[in-house]
Design a protein around this ligand. Structure first.
Ligand SMILES: [Zn+2]
Length: 269
């Protein structure tokens, strides 16, 4: 079976803050219309390494992107490459690092902000480079890509939660407010996307600590949410999922066979 998939990576969102502040998404969970899983992110708990982990189903030590400064193209099969090679349409409204990982680099804002090419791994891309680029604009960018190009796989990657965490820390009202805000903005689109038949995943690369950073092994830096919305995911309800499973689960939902990314999933009980 083949479905269209929207993967939303809310950068820097801690699991507990997601649970406590995201009333719209948790409303879906309360009515059993979404599942919420707690994931422990791979190490190091940094953005660029974990973008690659989420999109390829491989650990940072194995894919080799170990810092945010390591600006090189991915060497792995990714959701983007697997989908494109099976003639599915890919799109992303995301931070410039995704362009560097899957299309080309170094990122040149004036040339690389808008990208459209069937040969690229991200065929339709709309990229930003400032961490305070408003989440509201980013969701509008994503909705433009969805309606204009009808992608099979759409990545949406807002940054404002992580940005608030770096300025004010895990325990700040500003960090929580950013989580509440993106939850409400997302809710404006979710019901329409579900009605249109999309399978939707909402997760994060890493969490945040009380010292305005992440990268280490504290629980608050590593624990992130994975919300699953859509009938394709029903069989996962009682499963113990890992961040490494996301790539394979997206491929399965897209109907991509033999993608080599299907890791064993154990039961939570
Ligand atoms: Zn960060």
């Amino acid at each position: 079976m083949s479905n269209k998939v929207i993967l939303i990576i809310l950068d820097g969102l801690n699991y507990q803050v997601a649970r406590e502040c995201m009333g719209c998404l948790m409303g879906y969970v309360e009515l059993s219309r979404a599942q919420l899983h707690k994931l422990v992110c791979e190490l190091p708990s940094l953005s660029r390494p974990l973008y690659e982990t989420i999109l390829t189903g491989t650990r940072p030590l194995d894919h080799g992107v170990l810092s945010n400064d390591m600006a090189r193209r991915s060497h792995q099969n990714s959701i983007f490459s697997l989908a494109r090679d099976r003639e599915k349409t890919t799109a992303a409204a995301a931070y410039y690092m995704f362009s560097e990982l899957y299309n080309h680099g170094p990122f040149q804002p004036l040339e690389d902000r808008f990208q459209n090419s069937p040969d690229q791994l991200i065929q339709h891309g709309l990229f930003y480079w400032l961490d305070h680029y408003p989440d509201s604009h980013l969701f509008a960018d994503a909705e433009y890509l969805r309606t204009a190009y009808d992608p099979d796989f759409l990545l949406i990657h807002p940054m404002n939660v992580d940005d608030a965490g770096h300025h004010h820390g895990l325990l700040s009202s500003e960090y929580r407010k950013a989580a509440r805000s993106v939850d409400v903005q997302m809710a404006e689109y979710l019901s329409g996307w579900l009605e249109a038949g999309y399978q939707i995943m909402v997760t994060s690369d890493h969490g945040m600590n009380g010292m305005c950073s992440h990268g280490g092994t504290l629980a608050e830096e590593r624990e992130v949410p994975l919300f699953l919305l859509g009938k394709t995911f029903d069989h996962l309800r009682s499963m113990q999922l890992k961040q490494l499973h996301i790539c394979g689960l997206v491929c399965e939902a897209l109907g991509i066979e033999q993608h080599g990314k299907l890791l064993p999933i154990s039961s939570a009980h």
